[in-house]
Design a protein around this ligand. Sequence first.
Ligand code: ATP
Length: 598
Amino acid sequence: MSRAQTSSPVRMLVALARPYRRSLALLLLVSVVVVALQLAGPRLVAVGIDAAVRPASRGDYWPLAEIALALLAAGALTWVLTVVSRRGIGRVGEAVTYDLRCKVDGEFARLPIAYHERWSTGLIISRLTADVDTVSDLFANVLSGLLTSTLMCLGVVAAMLLLDPIVAGVVIASILPALVLTTWRVRRMAPTRIAERDAIAQVTADAVEPLGAVAVVQSLGTEPWHAHEFGRSSERLQKISRRIVATMSTYYGTIEAATQLAGIVALTVGALRVMSGSLPLGALAAFILYVGMLFGGLRSTSFVLDSMLTAFAAARKIADFLDGEQSVPESSDPIAPPLPLRGEVRLCAVSFGYQEGSREVADLDLVLRPGEVAAMLGSTGAGKSTIAKLIARFYDPTSGRVLLDGIDLKDLAEVDLRSMVVLLTQEMFLFSGTIADNIRLSRPDATDQEVTVAATAVGAHPFIAALPEGYATHVHQRGTRLSAGQRQLIAFARAFLADPAVVILDEATASLDIPTERTLHQALRTLLSGRTALIIAHRLSSLDITDRVLVIEGGRIIDDDTPARLLAKGAGAFAALYRDAHGQPRGTEDPAGTWMPL
Ligand SMILES: Nc1ncnc2c1ncn2[C@@H]1O[C@H](COP(=O)(O)OP(=O)(O)OP(=O)(O)O)[C@@H](O)[C@H]1O
């Protein structure tokens, strides 16, 4: 299921069903046979009453036995076919659930960062679980149910018309109010079902959000606030559910009354026809049975229509979610980067705003020469991370171009771009799995030896080897079994193994002890050696490995020089930052501009 295929819920559903169209067609055929067998029941009863009762009263039981056998055979066949079709449809439903979940999950992971920044994890989980299950139910139950119940209604109408058009006409007229009521209910329910999907997603979001930051929640004591938020969204869902239940109860109650009414009409008109000799008694009995079947079919049609509405609402939500963001569309005709890569990064008159009208980066021109290590400094909100995200193509510029070795990032295949540019974020995220798994994430085909070489290069090997299970040590969720410094070393080893031409590093803000900082600096030196690098520096001490410092303010470069020269200038944003970092009063900077290397 490509993004293009998901542009409407219907198209998405058709794409999902396509691989199973043969099984579905076969199963639907079986359903048709089941309906035909069920319709045959009242007809056989009619024949039994009209043609078998009298011979039986004369001692000839054979016609009655024949009818009984035919009813038995129809019942047995209905049972077998129902079991077969239910099982088959259940299997298709399971297969579709599996496909949809894998595809949706894969699509979510590939969605641009803009998307993940906008939508909460809880909302995404809701799409992946509740909505996917609802859509799958469409295949598992709803489609076959809709077909069976619609066929049942049409079949009953046809059978009644064949039996006696006059009684049939009166019965059909008596069900018209029920039909109008069904249409009203389905229409009324459509927006409610969509609101229900949103409410379910919000409940999931409110439940998941605090779980992702349990330590923060507990340390700040914000449990009551989260409980209040969760209570509010649950209440909203409850109100919607109550509305649904109220509509359904009124509907089903009215349909029950309409069934009784139609039964009375069929009995009265049918009896008059029997008395006038225009309708056999058996046919009247068949009519009464058909009225029951007709309303049963109507009730099920209404029920499955409601499930269908729910499934469509869920499908719309999934389709909207997948289609909503195209902020970094992949080129249909990507350019293969020339090898070996040089790693030159060039931003030409780049402007960018997260929202329409905003400009977080303004007319930025920047060239990072191959192998150069530059640091970005600037106050909070200055635009450093935004520039980094533009170079990693998490966003495309509003205007201007970002080039890598002369090629516009928009013209590179995503897989090439990701292997050429690695962005190391502050989180240094580790996933559940072993240390080796986590290092190998950047190159799944790397051998154990290559993993060890990468870990050794960045200085992670000693601490890994000292663990009882070494590289096979399970890091648990988000690497909580490891220290912050150890997590960073593993992330560095992962980047080293990927061997990118360009590294962008958003340095962790959390302060580490001096020996750990020293180890990390050494690791960073190794990692960045021979690569172009841009560091969002939060510690001035990091600048001893940089060739150049870019001071960013308001999305612009306001200073660009070597660290030593910038400091020597004395004034300016960089010197101010230096003073802030070292607590020195103005004018006491080291005039030589020397650093305080670790
Ligand atoms: N996803 C986003 N959506 C909307 N605005 C954003 C988004 N991310 C950042 N911004 C805004 O863009 C501006 C620049 O943010 P950016 O994260 O680039 O700053 P920064 O220099 O990296 O700050 P810090 O040092 O605090 O990380 C800020 O005003 C910020 O509020």
